[in-house]
Write a protein that binds this ligand. Structure first.
Ligand SMILES: Cc1cc2nc3c(=O)[nH]c(=O)nc-3n(C[C@H](O)[C@H](O)[C@H](O)COP(=O)(O)OP(=O)(O)OC[C@H]3O[C@@H](n4cnc5c(N)ncnc54)[C@H](O)[C@@H]3O)c2cc1C
Length: 235
């Protein structure tokens, strides 16, 4: 596939967690970068010839910048480069792509699930749904390492407090504290937390390992393919 890359200026960088950073980009060609919520871009790693897909974690028409939110993988080529390339650098991002998106979904009830860096498309989708769907009802189930590893922790807290149509259930493996949950996520636990799961469209993004568990849970719960949309990061 031929990709069309656009030059972006790295305007600023925000540290989200001990290992995850959001890069704020501004298109240098002055044209808008129109991504659908949940889509990804491909980032060129300088002059190395290496390219990697990253979700566009910003939401077109709502976010100030075009953003990628990247977790550093130990020894990883692209994730370490993009999270350290100096502010002010020019970085090439391909036009947004992918069909893991919710902007054409007629449903009003959603179950959005993520583990680790899989939260990036869920973040963009949640922002989009809260602005564009007045009757939306969203349940987010997100698992991560510890409270310090929650990407956009304050945003989730504030939005959950002020938007009754959004409920968040965040599981942390270590140092769990209120309001976060702990223990293993299973099909039974999911059904307990979101009893009306059968009325919702389930969007999920995580590593292939987590997606395998999720596929088992949703089969146990009888969630069919029609109500299950997924994206897996990495191999
Ligand atoms: C659609 C999509 C969207 C994505 N969105 C995001 C996102 O929003 N945020 C995010 O953080 N990630 C995202 N990813 C994952 C991302 O694309 C990369 O896979 C991830 O950042 C790792 O890339 P890397 O170049 O840093 O690691 P790589 O260089 O590919 O290395 C991966 C692993 O292999 C090991 N390794 C590398 N070379 C060798 C070698 N020669 N021998 C042994 N081991 C080796 C490394 O140590 C590392 O553990 C997404 C993936 C997809 C498919």
């Amino acid at each position: 596939m031929d990709l069309h890359f656009r030059p972006m200026r790295l305007h600023s960088r925000i540290q989200e967690t001990p290992d995850t950073f959001t890069q704020n980009f501004v298109p240098l060609d002055g044209k808008p970068f129109v991504n659908r919520p949940g889509q990804f871009t491909v980032v060129k790693v300088g002059e190395t010839g290496v390219c990697r897909p990253y979700t566009v974690s910003s939401t077109h028409g709502i976010s100030e910048f075009v953003t990628t939110t990247v977790c550093r993988v130990p020894g990883g080529c692209a994730s370490n480069w993009i999270t350290t390339v100096p502010v002010g650098s020019t970085v090439y991002l391909a036009d947004p792509m992918g069909d893991f998106t919710c902007d054409d979904d007629p449903m009003e009830k959603f179950l959005l699930m993520a583990s680790g860096s899989g939260i990036t498309p869920i973040l963009s989708m949640t922002r989009w749904l809260l602005v564009h769907k007045p009757r939306v009802d969203i349940e987010v189930v997100y698992t991560t390492k510890s409270p310090a590893h929650i990407v956009q922790r304050d945003w989730w807290r504030v939005m959950t407090e002020c938007r009754p149509e959004l409920k968040t259930r965040i599981f942390t493996k270590e140092n769990a504290c209120t309001p976060y949950l702990t223990g293993r996520l299973t099909a039974e636990r999911l059904a307990e937390l979101v009893p009306d799961y059968a009325e919702r469209r389930l969007y999920a993004c995580a590593s292939p390992g987590f997606m395998k568990h999720l596929d088992t849970w949703r089969r146990t719960l009888g969630i069919d393919d029609e109500h299950f949309r997924t994206e897996a990061f990495g191999c």
